[in-house]
Write a new protein. Structure first.
Length: 532
């Protein structure tokens, strides 16, 4: 098959949510439908829950949160679906942001009791910034939550996106009776505890049909008719284009744990979600259907197999045809590399693959060649954009606790920050190392991994820093002068860019006022809007 037709049968997306909204549960149900796992009712059994998700790391198992991001592929109705899992914990938000660069759309899960939560808003901000199409799944309808119309208003207001319901619930909580698919004009009746995935949907083509009253009772049938009439009156006919342009988010209701509303979601997703899209590079836009292979690394994961210190770099294929054992050009290193054992992933198992196409995510064995954002091509010199580092929120100085293990510590911190666990800033003097992270948990992970994987002991000393600012200028002299003046606050990032570590918001404002020809950026990719 040609690259063009391979693209048509692929969908690459992520499920994102505030922790506990039901992302893991929904993921499992999708895997069930895709035949990737066989056991129904999986979520109740923690064993399956753990193995179906991506907890490769010991620390993750200990804490019971999903630190790692992995890829799960399955087929549904002839479509190859690549689902990229993201860590739910907010301290690993940056990992999630990076994963979002590798997908073409997302499903956002919301808990109907809690509504839009803090992490939901931040994730949505990233989607908006990248213009990623979003489908919203309102979960836990078997609980008494907020009124569905109020939820729609809340979504529009807090997530700053127009919404369009494509399914509608009949009651909620203990009275929850089912969801009517406004898209397929089908009624799916709820049987609590049902874990079956086979198709037993009652088709009601016309809501006026008396069968509806028989099935759900007159009162609820009347309510559903009124609700649907209201929706059809208020909202425009669903149009795929504004969804693909990220202007409108279709909304579905259901209960993931009860396997309810999930099939409607998956079926509609397969039909409306975008096929693998092209990506912008620093030189030109690369279309997905170009014949030459290109791809970029969006994640590096260490120690998938704890017996070896192996690293796996996750590559998203952007265009063309990737083939095992072919040489590809590593643009940053200006080096040609060949991959004998590229992997495709299915939950925690991995298989060697011969080829891959746009939208696919493959795992490449890495012996230290890769950093996040690296681009592979068939020779063209260009780097994919949109994998920025954001200014961390917490900064701590890395203190070596065992001088005999200095080398191990250096190597470990370098490798862990290459993986994107946190950001490393090295002071101008070359000695002082500051680690910047989004949350406290990242420091714990680094400390744990440095000790367990590299045998190096460290501690972190809090320091007073407010923001890391990358700088651009129209006047090199002014920038050189600023760096000289602020030498104590100038650090270098992983790519040797100078970064001004502002101690306070006030210090940053003074710097901005006094240096009009310098622009201070809180993301490392200056064309992207600032997140913070
Ligand atoms: P997350 O990945 O977004 O963090 O959420 P996860 O799927 O782990 O779900 C969080 C909790 O919500 C789990 O309960 C899960 O069983 C429950 N849940 C998921 N979907 C539904 C739903 O449709 N209805 C209801 N009522 N609950 C739902 P837990 O007690 O934390 O874990 P477990 O013991 O059930 O595994």
């Amino acid at each position: 098959m040609s690259v063009q037709s391979e693209i048509q049968i692929r969908r690459t997306f992520a499920i994102i949510s505030h922790p506990d909204a039901g992302k893991t549960t929904l993921t499992e149900k999708f895997l069930l439908y895709g035949g990737a796992i066989q056991v129904a009712g999986a979520v109740k059994s923690n064993k399956i829950k753990k193995s179906a998700t991506s907890d490769f790391m010991e620390i993750e198992r200990q804490r019971g949160i999903s630190v790692a991001t992995s890829v799960m592929s399955f087929e549904y109705e002839g479509v190859k679906v690549n689902l990229l899992d993201t860590p739910g914990h907010k301290d690993f938000a940056e990992d999630t942001y990076r994963t979002l660069t590798a997908v073409d759309s997302v499903i956002l899960v919301i808990d109907c009791v809690k509504g839009v939560e803090e992490q939901t808003m931040r994730l949505m901000e990233v989607c908006r910034m990248r213009k990623t199409p979003v489908i919203i799944f309102i979960n836990k309808m078997d609980r008494d939550g907020k009124d569905p119309f109020d939820l729609l208003d809340e979504l529009e207001e807090k997530l700053k996106i127009r919404v369009r319901p494509l399914s509608w619930p009949i009651n909620m909580g203990t009275h929850f009776k089912g969801v009517y698919s406004l898209y397929h004009k089908k009624l799916n009746l709820f049987r609590p505890g049902s874990q079956r995935v086979e198709d037993d949907v009652l088709i009601i083509e016309d809501l006026k049909d008396g069968l509806l009253d028989k099935q759900v009772g007159e009162r609820d049938a009347k309510q559903l008719r009124e609700d649907v009439e209201l929706i059809e009156g208020v909202y425009h006919e669903f149009d795929r284009k504004p969804y693909l342009d990220a202007d409108i988010a279709p909304v579905f209701f259901g209960s993931a744990i009860n396997n309810f509303g999930v099939q409607e979601l998956l079926e509609t997703f397969i039909q409306i979600s975008p096929v693998p899209q092209g990506r912008e590079t620093d030189v030109r836009f690369v279309d997905a259907d170009e014949n030459k292979f290109t791809g970029f690394i969006f994640k590096i994961h260490a120690n998938i197999d704890p017996r070896h210190r192996d690293r796996i770099a996750f590559l998203r294929v952007c265009s063309g045809h990737f083939e095992r054992n072919s040489f590809y050009h590593h643009v940053r290193l200006d080096k040609n590399l060949r991959f004998n054992n590229p992997y495709a992933f299915l939950a925690s198992s991995k298989d060697v693959i011969e080829e891959a196409f746009p939208g696919d995510v493959i795992g490449l064995y890495d012996t230290g060649n890769f950093k996040i954002g690296d681009t592979l091509t068939e020779g063209e010199d260009m780097m994919f954009r949109g994998i920025p580092s954001f200014s961390p929120e917490i900064f701590k100085e890395l203190i070596n606790m065992d001088p005999m293990k200095t080398k191990q510590l250096e190597k470990g911190i370098q490798q862990l920050t290459d993986e994107g666990v946190a950001q490393l800033f090295i002071h101008n003097n070359g000695y002082k190392k500051v680690v910047g992270a989004v949350g406290e948990l990242q420091f714990e992970v680094i400390q744990y991994r440095l000790e367990n994987e590299y045998g190096a002991k460290c501690r972190f000393q809090p320091i007073h820093m407010n923001k890391a600012c990358w700088m651009t200028t129209t006047d090199k002299k002014q920038l050189d002068e600023f760096i000289r003046l602020k030498i104590d606050y100038i650090y270098f990032d992983k790519d040797q860019n100078p970064v001004y570590m502002a101690e306070t918001g006030w210090a940053l404002n003074v710097a901005i006022e006094n240096h009009p020809k310098i622009t201070f950026h809180t993301t490392s990719e200056f064309k992207t809007a600032s997140l913070v």
